[in-house]
Write a protein that binds this ligand. Structure first.
Ligand code: LLP
Length: 399
């Protein structure tokens, strides 16, 4: 077992799951992986090998994509701002840019950078699994306001840019109903003047089923067909064929990974039973941040049988009351029915591949856990456990 080999806490990925998800999206002309969901360069390089393109939202993500072997033309810098490093990398490698603020156009122009452009449109509405991941509407900082699109396209053309792609991403972990609203919004907003348009990017946001027995995975065929029909109408507007791009993060990786932890304490607080494990929100922040649900299971260490089901609150080791894996939006702590377990048993947190390891931190000076890949019957370490030396590396002590 991976935990015996690499100890815990530990992220364990199954690449077969990622491959399966990629296959399901093959009807789209381009699958652009939103690497923010899980940016390990080993995973990136494997996805690149399967023909995917990649999204980068920061200078660091550009560096990762290049290191993983993506040629610059298969990377797209998608953000609402440039910082110095990102602009320098875009310029050095001629990386296509997805503009999320009009200022980015002037900054590219001033820097003398001519790269193919995408414009991210804020269609005036958004949706996601939590208000914190809604990326559309007047309260969102993301994208170019739809009313300003025509003028920006014209300005970009005057400056000699080619606007190759229009993009909308309304939020993460959305649903069919809201994602389908994007289709008509996109169609109604395509500027006739956008003659250089080659691609429509439908963004990411595809949901996955976190709860066992719950079917919220989307009907992908229906989703694709809807976009495909729309693509034909958009082709008529601009007068030539356009291709369809999808930009998933969560959908490709969420179910590919578990966070394996060990129970360090089992204790009662009045009527409540707690399992305290050796991973906290420094590893998986989604429950504390969004009230996100993750399925949990127990692997007994010594006994062969699972104990009777009891109500348990699962929490981590951090010096923070919200370091609880069983909580709902708004920080409401809830219990979960789990087998009665003992100190030393393993507690596995499922579907942790998207925004799991990617959002880990060193808070409480906790070390980043290693990442292991399960592929072709073998475990390979794709990120080593951080060391205390590494954690302190950039700190300077005056003595
Ligand atoms: N494209 C853009 C422009 C995005 O901003 C995002 C996600 C994606 C694609 C990928 O979305 P996905 O397919 O993964 O839903 N940390 C949150 C999710 C934040 C998503 C940020 N942007 C969570 O743990 O649920």
């Amino acid at each position: 077992m991976a935990v015996e080999q690499f100890s815990s806490p530990l992220w364990v990925y199954d690449f077969g799951v990622i491959e399966k998800r990629i296959l399901e999206l093959r009807s789209f002309d381009v699958i652009r992986y939103a690497q923010k969901a899980s940016p390990n360069i080993n995973l990136l390089s494997k996805m690149g090998g399967l023909g995917l393109e990649v999204d980068a939202v920061s200078a660091g993500e550009i560096v990762r994509a290049l290191r993983a072997g993506f040629s610059p033309s298969r990377i797209k810098y998608t953000a609402d701002v440039f910082d110095k490093d990102a602009l320098a990398l875009v310029k050095e490698h001629s990386i296509p840019v997805n503009i999320g603020s009009p200022d980015m156009l002037w900054q590219l122009h001033e820097a003398g950078v001519k790269v193919p452009l995408t414009i991210r449109i804020n269609p005036g509405f958004g949706h996601g699994h939590s208000q914190k991941v809604n990326t559309g509407g007047e309260l969102s900082k993301h994208g170019v306001w739809h009313g300003e699109l025509d003028a920006l396209v014209k300005k970009a053309m005057q400056l000699g840019f080619s606007v190759d792609c229009l993009h909308m991403h309304i939020g993460s972990g959305s649903d069919f109903e809201h994602l389908s609203q994007v289709v008509s919004a996109m169609e109604s907003m395509v500027p006739v003047a956008c003659k250089s348009l080659k691609t429509i990017s439908v963004g990411g946001g595809l949901p996955v089923s976190y709860k066992r027995g719950e079917q919220n995975n989307m009907d992908l065929e229906k989703y694709y067909n809807m976009w495909d029909s729309s693509r034909k109408r958009i082709s008529n507007i601009v007068g030539h064929a356009v291709q369809l791009e999808v930009e998933p993060g969560r959908y490709l990786v969420a179910e590919s990974c578990v966070l394996a932890t060990e129970i360090l304490a089992v204790k009662k607080m009045g009527n409540n039973l707690f399992y305290l494990v050796n991973a906290g929100f420094t590893d998986l922040v989604r429950p504390a941040f969004y009230g996100a649900y993750h399925h949990i299971s127990i692997i007994p260490k010594k006994s062969k049988e699972l104990g009777e089901l009891v109500d348990v609150i699962v929490a981590g080791p951090l010096c923070e009351s919200c370091d609880v894996f069983t909580q709902e939006e708004g920080g409401v702590v809830v219990s979960r029915k789990l087998p009665l377990a003992k100190v030393g048993d393993l507690l596995v947190i499922h579907d942790a591949g998207a925004y799991g390891s990617a959002m880990s931190s060193n808070y409480n000076s906790r070390l980043l856990a290693p990442e292991i890949l399960w592929e072709k019957g073998e475990f390979t370490q794709i990120r080593k456990r951080q060391t205390f030396e590494h954690m302190l590396n950039n700190e300077v002590c005056n003595e």
